[in-house]
Write a protein that binds this ligand. Structure first.
Ligand code: HQG
Length: 179
């Protein structure tokens, strides 16, 4: 399997559909590397442990993490499966960014940012990253999020192992569109 394809398969399995490979994530989203490897190899015998570890190590967004003893693997963010990543709550910077597509703006003006099928709304520390995230959905637009104010109003923020800021939702009052 090509490494890009393996990365996509890992995202799908570890975030959304572990049962497709006959796997079950533990409460914190981890699965045994050995079990995962066996399940992948049952589909495609060319996958090796070395390739799997190389994909984890070199993934462009560091989407996957290994446990300290390297026996467990999980996705660092993006889950629709209900998992508790047990991330510590963190104070966000005053300003964060959310990249979306212009076609979602009306809805976002009405209801704010909602997590939809995922567990959290994903926010970026810089506008360029947010623009790239938004462009996955269409004509991108970068919203400024008053994260500091939202945090002080009681919202809980987390930061994933790969640096993405996560929170439950962002009400419209904390969003600013580009002028
Ligand atoms: C939009 C990628 C209508 C939201 C990225 C987004 C990220 C609303 C879309 C990660 C809305 C959901 C997540 C509302 C939010 N009405 N639309 N009220 N509230 N939306 O893919 O943030 O490459 O689930 O703006 O880098 O785009 O997969 O979320 O456009 O970190 O590792 O609904 O996925 O990482 O789309 O991306 P998504 P996202 P990976």
């Amino acid at each position: 399997m090509q490494s890009k394809q393996l990365s996509k398969t890992l995202s799908y399995v570890l975030r959304h559909r572990p049962e497709e490979l006959g796997l079950q994530l533990d409460a914190h989203g981890w699965v045994s590397v050995a079990d995962l490897l066996r399940a992948l190899q049952a589909r495609d015998a060319s996958v090796t442990r070395e390739q799997l570890l190389a994909v984890v190590a070199t993934n462009d967004k560091q989407r996957f993490a290994l446990s300290d003893d390297q026996t467990l693997i999980r996705a660092s963010q993006g889950h629709s499966v209900e998992v508790d990543l047990a991330l510590p709550a963190r104070t966000p910077p005053e300003v964060l960014y959310h990249g979306t597509a212009t076609r979602f703006l009306n809805s976002i003006r009405n209801t704010g940012l909602q997590s939809g099928s995922r567990q959290h709304v994903h926010l970026s520390a810089d506008a360029d990253t947010a623009r790239m995230v938004g462009s996955r959905h269409g004509q991108p637009v970068v919203l400024t999020v008053r994260a500091g104010d939202l945090h002080r109003s009681g919202a809980v923020f987390f930061q994933s192992a790969n640096g993405v800021w996560l929170t439950g939702s962002v009400p419209p009052a904390f969003l600013q569109e580009p002028s």
